[in-house]
Write a protein that binds this ligand. Structure first.
Ligand code: HEM
Length: 512
């Protein structure tokens, strides 16, 4: 036990019984995996006791193992804490590859496909308008405004609930639950139960992680069931607003989902969709503040294409190659989920000379691929120009097999189903931001000097959010500030299609 079996990809030397357990990174896993890839190659294996972890660090390997062989590499590893929270298949993004996951995935696709997302554009536009208004009126709280925006888009589309404010709304409930979840999943938050299975049998009174998991489970149940109950109640009151959960309730037997699975399908979408888009937008702002010349050039492009007397619409993005290059570069430079979400193999797979054994956990190290010197010139430099020069931003003459601009959304059958909704938000918001505002460093009140943003400072968890930073967000003209206020006021009829109450404790207005 612990030693690397014959045929496995190479990796760091192992110790008897524990393998590489003593070296396995508890945070910033993408960085350690990349260091190992630089020594042992683009496919490595790491032993955690008897368990094998394979890490892929080249686009062609991701294509071969994750995309082309997705029939056998689309499972998820079973981990102790997620199991305490969701049993085996309760939560779609961690569910085993099987009938329950397939049913949830089919339902999610019906609301998140490219075509379906076109129907969500009016609410995305209206929400984007509120975000602009909030940034205009209270720019210092931009972290919260961005989070409210991205969560409220998902709540509107999935549950028909528009949250006009963070405080006292389901957005705040979701945020507080996600922070509790992060707490129990944090590195060192529990002993290595998955690696030393005997620990699972420690009685709850001595195993704090079990108590905490129970608490989070209860909070999630209250939130997810509360929202689904709310949709049922709305249908009964004949106040439908055509949200996704109403549709799933109507087609329950078609999807084959029970009440709990429907509630948790909604919950998965809230959890997977809110933080991710918000994190991208924060990185975008951080990069614009840090690189004023790039910001200026993008603003020139936006001004030329969109003009001064109208605000951007989604189709404008096609005419903005430089902004599209910036978006790709932000995704490359600071991928939101640097190691994606691990897959697991359901059969032995041979890759070149190596074996990926059945049951192995497979990471695609998006970070290592996007920072690979064989593919990208000076990968640590934020340089959108690379995407103007070549399609995937790669060095000239490099074999780009498998290099996709959407590697940050994962791959194979588990690829992110929310990518269209997320990309539409990102296109709309970044055009809006550049059209309306100038982003610049905050000023240190004592020294009077600009406060730089440290682009290397972020949390090393599954989602790599930049450490909270300050900046100044200034309207580019009074005329634009006026248009933002007018557009926000004009969005009221769109918001009225959704429920306006912001907390599950509030009683919805039944029009009686
Ligand atoms: C920029 C924003 C986003 C990024 C970078 C992102 C990234 C990812 C990644 C890397 C995965 C794992 C894919 C794999 O296993 O290969 C994933 C899965 C998932 N994402 Fe996203 N995501 C984003 C936005 C969203 C949004 C807006 C939603 C929902 C509306 C969403 C819903 C999901 C779900 C449900 C899964 C689980 C899929 C499965 O296991 O079958 N994501 N996402």
């Amino acid at each position: 036990i612990g030693s690397r079996e014959r045929g496995l990809p190479p990796g760091p030397p192992t110790l008897p019984l524990i393998g590489n357990l003593h070296q396995f990174p508890m945070s910033f896993a993408h960085v350690k995996f990349m260091e190992w890839a630089q020594v042992y190659g683009d496919i490595i294996s790491v032993k955690l006791g008897p368990q094998t972890v394979v890490v892929l660090s080249s686009p062609s390997l991701v294509r071969e193992c994750i995309d082309l062989r997705s029939a056998t590499t689309s499972d998820r590893p079973t981990l102790h804490i997620p199991k305490l929270l969701y049993d085996d298949n309760g939560e779609m993004s961690l569910a085993r590859y099987g009938p329950t996951w397939k049913a949830m995935r089919r339902a999610a696709r019906d609301i998140l496909s490219h075509e379906a997302c076109m129907k969500h554009l009016p609410i995305q536009h209206a929400e984007a308008g509120q975000l602009m208004y909030d940034l205009l009126e209270h720019p210092k709280e931009f972290y919260t405004h961005i989070y409210r925006y991205s969560a409220s888009v998902i709540f509107s589309v999935v549950a028909g609930i528009h949250c006009s404010q963070f405080e006292g709304s389901v957005v705040e409930d979701l945020d507080s639950m996600l922070r509790q979840l992060e707490y129990i999943l944090r590195p060192g938050g529990s002993p290595p139960v998955d690696l030393i299975p005997l620990l699972k049998y420690i009685p709850s009174r001595w195993a704090l992680w079990k108590t905490k998991a129970k608490e989070v489970r209860a909070v999630q149940e209250k939130l997810f069931f509360g929202i689904l109950d709310h949709c049922v109640d709305r249908i009964k009151r004949e106040k439908r607003n055509d949200c996704f959960l109403e549709y799933v309730l109507d087609h329950q037997s078609h999807y084959g989902l029970d009440y709990r699975q429907m509630a948790y399908l909604g919950g998965t979408l809230f959890m997977a969709g809110a933080d991710t888009t918000a994190v991208f937008l924060r990185w975008f702002i951080a990069c614009m503040v840090t690189y004023p010349d790039i910001q200026k050039r993008a603003q020139q492009e936006v001004d030329e294409v969109i003009g001064l007397d109208k605000s951007p619409v989604l189709d404008d993005i096609e005419k903005l190659p430089y902004l599209r290059a910036i978006i790709k570069e932000v995704h490359r430079f600071r991928p939101i989920t640097p190691t994606a979400v691990p897959h697991s193999a359901t059969a032995d797979e041979r890759v070149g000379d190596f074996l990926i054994p059945k049951g192995a956990t497979i990471f695609m190290n998006v970070w290592a691929i996007y920072h690979h010197e064989d593919y990208f010139d000076n990968p640590e430099l934020f340089n959108p120009e690379r995407y103007i020069r070549s399609e995937h931003g790669a060095k000239p003459g490099v074999d780009t097999t498998g290099l996709r601009d959407d590697l940050m959304f994962g791959g194979g059958r588990r690829i992110c189903p929310g990518s269209h909704l997320a990309s539409n938000s990102i296109f709309l918001n970044t055009m809006d931001f550049l059209w309306a505002f100038k982003f610049q460093p905050a000023t240190d009140e004592v020294t009077g000097l600009p406060i730089p943003i440290d682009l290397n400072s972020y949390n090393g968890a599954l989602i790599g959010s930049p450490t909270p930073f300050q900046c100044e967000i200034i309207p580019r003209s009074e005329a634009k500030a006026g248009m933002i206020r007018e557009q926000f006021a004009a969005a009221s009829p769109t918001f009225e299609l959704f429920e306006q109450h912001t907390s599950l404790q509030d009683k919805p207005d039944d029009g009686a």
